[in-house]
Design a protein around this ligand. Sequence first.
Ligand code: NDP
Ligand code: BG6
Length: 485
Amino acid sequence: MLTLENNCIVIFGASGDLTQRMLIPALYKLYSHQKLSSSFAILGVSRSTYDDQSFRDKLIKDLASDDNVDHESLDKFCEHLFYQVMDPENKYEYKALKQRIQSIETALKIKSNTLFYLATPPSLYSVIPQNLAAHGLNIEDDGWKRLVIEKPFGYDLESAIALDKSLYQDFTEDQIYRIDHYLGKETVQNMLVLRFANSIFEPLWNSKYIDYIEVTGAEDLGIGSRGGYYDNAGAMRDMIQNHLLQVIAMVAMEPPAVINADSMRDEVVKVLQCLKPLNEDDLKHNLVLGQYTKSHVRDECLLSYREEKGVPEDSRTETYIALKMFIKNWRWDGVPFYVRTAKRMPTRVTEVVINFKKTPHPVFSANPPDNKLIMRIQPDEGTLLSFGLKKPGAGFETEPVAMDFHYSNLKNSELLSAYERLLLDVLKGDATLFSRSDAVSACWEFVQPILDYKKNKFDLYGYAAGTWGPIEAEALFKNGQTWRS
Ligand code: NDP
Ligand code: BG6
């Protein structure tokens, strides 16, 4: 196992939701499993007024009430947490930040390896790196300096390119880690292992044997308290441009020669560059956008999207997308990918279903059994292969059966959360599971015609919160595919 060098993690946006709900619990988990370096510091930075102690108290509140957390180790973890009040937009405040980092490094005997995590509004993604650089905090003379940038990376193709340009003035691509937490999910990484470590699937993994592929990201929750953000993003920017296109890349890419950052990301970008952008006809017939409306599910009244906090009452932001898309390359030409994502569905399910073609000649019945490989990303992570079996008894009738693997059946194998895995990778300097600039641009290039289409008049269909989406989407899936297989 690679031993981590001692390091300081500086989190901008430390008073925010992501820090509290994802980053600190992930860092604590790594700490309690002895995966962090022997000496490390976490310095939270934001404008809200805290001191070290009140920051610690705020951050560990949820962890402290968790029965599975060991209080002694949590107290020890807290000794590594520090806080600095500062406005990241004010370049004059970086002198004090630099001094604070240096004094923590000296006190804890940490070498000058610094990870800057940008968990702030995206409007600060170029400001903070510029201000860091103005104070030499990008220079790697006495230790590494890395930047983690949260999604959304840009608002459209043009702004993503502009952001890269700005970052490259002071940081190299090797120092930049664009995080997409879907790539940190065990089940997403397992798609590569399933495909490339087993010889049984790959020979079938092409347009000759695969009929169509479904990629689903359904969430039962609404947008909660994130109305302000979500209304400017919509499902297209929030889920498809990043998470689901990354999943498609894992399903569709060619095998890398080795697993390292360059080799993997070269293959990812090659396939993303083959996504066929929707043309005018596709936008009319192969895209359905929807928005949830008020409904009652059991005893609960579910608000409409337009009634959610922070959402304008005439909002035309989509909370549902279904689209049919293609990959124009040798392996995938002609195979439709049906991609669907939405908020306020009846249940939460993220999965990829590979639907194999039927046998060329129906020997046993007019309708041969479905052959499907279902990769369940979450919840109930696992893999299911369905096929037909001879129904015991006389004759040759077939009946569908399945081989079903559940991660929960694995002994002694706790899954790392996506943030645990990705934070550990950044600290190790392994960018394999982070999006490279050219891949981000390729995703925006695919998405851009849809964003442009939405600037004009477009059809937005309502669906009752807690249902499977607008009925208008049914025509898109004319083979009769459903959300759940
Ligand atoms: P929050 O709004 O909860 O927190 C944002 C943080 O940034 C706060 O600490 C705030 O602190 C600081 N901040 C806000 N405005 C400014 C400003 N104008 N100048 C300086 N600092 C500011 O957001 P989240 O934590 O939810 O998200 C942070 C980033 O992570 C966003 O880009 C989001 O898209 C991304 N993200 C979040 C996810 C989540 O689950 N929350 C998931 C995936 C990505 P203060 O006001 O004290 O300075
Ligand atoms: C985030 C989106 O990036 O991913 C959220 O902003 C979405 O809107 C979330 O709910 C989904 O992540 P997961 O891991 O819960 O599938």
